[in-house]
Design a protein around this ligand. Structure first.
Ligand code: HEM
Ligand code: HEM
Length: 209
């Protein structure tokens, strides 16, 4: 066989290279100055997907009638995925602090500040959405059942708290989706307009040395 044929990666290997971020064989787990490793990229896209899904599910389930077959199962699913997002958020925060932030010197000074504000803004915002969601459901004393596997006890019970938490939950859920859309638009602008590698490095891993 010709030597060049051996170098050409087969289709499954190409797909694996995108998923794992390896240009070659090595899989980059951690982030470095050149880009995001496997853990950050998977966490980013899975959490983004989960948050958009929770928003849609939350919006839809609020309109369900008492006799709908989903009246109980939809909020159960919403709460379960929401708690998993909360746990993933804590892990992601620790992972972010324990890793080198990829270099963004190709952005202007203003863009760098805006990106920092938006990126760091997501963490407290999502945290408060999760905590308020927990309070909506648990402030009447009921525990939260996560996929039937674990049960999170109710810690705070107070009259009227559920309604206040519900209001905050709704407002912040709309806010986080708005921010995510602005954030996504900015990344698409950098990709298509400025032809920068910002979106690419969140999709595939950092280049090898
Ligand atoms: C990032 C995660 C989450 C997002 C984006 C989200 C989004 C939403 C949205 C859009 C609604 C509909 C609000 C309305 O129209 O009034 C909703 C409702 C609700 N969410 Fe979440 N949610 C998240 C996490 C959670 C968590 C972790 C829990 C509980 C542990 C939770 C519990 C609830 C409950 C109980 C409702 C019904 C509210 C009510 O009856 O007033 N959510 N959520
Ligand atoms: C709710 C949805 C989303 C959240 C919460 C979110 C959050 C974040 C955060 C916190 C970062 C900083 C890196 C980190 O700490 O992990 C980041 C980076 C990034 N996000 Fe998102 N994101 C969301 C959706 C999206 C979408 C839909 C796109 C594109 C279509 C996108 C594109 C990017 C890109 C390209 C970066 C890398 C920026 C850089 O290299 O500095 N994100 N995102």
């Amino acid at each position: 066989m010709h030597a060049a044929c051996l170098k050409e990666p087969t289709e499954p290997r190409k797909v694996a290279a995108i998923l794992t971020g390896g240009e070659g064989e090595r899989v980059q787990i951690r982030d470095n100055e050149k880009g995001y490793g496997l853990v950050s990229r998977w966490l980013h896209w899975l959490m983004a997907l989960a948050i958009f899904f929770l928003f849609g599910l939350g919006y839809w389930m609020m309109g369900l009638e008492y006799y709908s077959p989903y009246y109980r199962s939809a909020p159960d699913l919403h709460r379960s995925i929401g708690i998993v997002v909360g746990l993933a958020l804590v892990f992601r925060f620790v992972w972010r602090l324990a890793n080198t932030k990829p270099d963004d010197s190709e952005l202007s000074h203003v863009e760098q500040i805006a990106a920092k504000l938006v990126h760091w803004g997501f963490y407290p915002l999502i945290l408060v959405i999760v905590i308020s969601g927990y309070l909506i459901s648990s402030s009447d004393g009921r525990p939260i059942d996560v996929f039937g596997l674990i049960s999170i006890p109710s810690l705070v019970t107070e009259k009227g708290l559920s309604d206040q938490a519900g209001y905050l939950h709704k407002v912040l859920a709309y806010f986080v989706i708005g921010l995510a859309l602005v954030h996504a638009a900015a990344s698409l602008k950098h990709h298509f307009w400025d032809r920068s590698g910002v979106l690419k490095r969140m999709i595939s891993g950092p280049p090898e040395d």
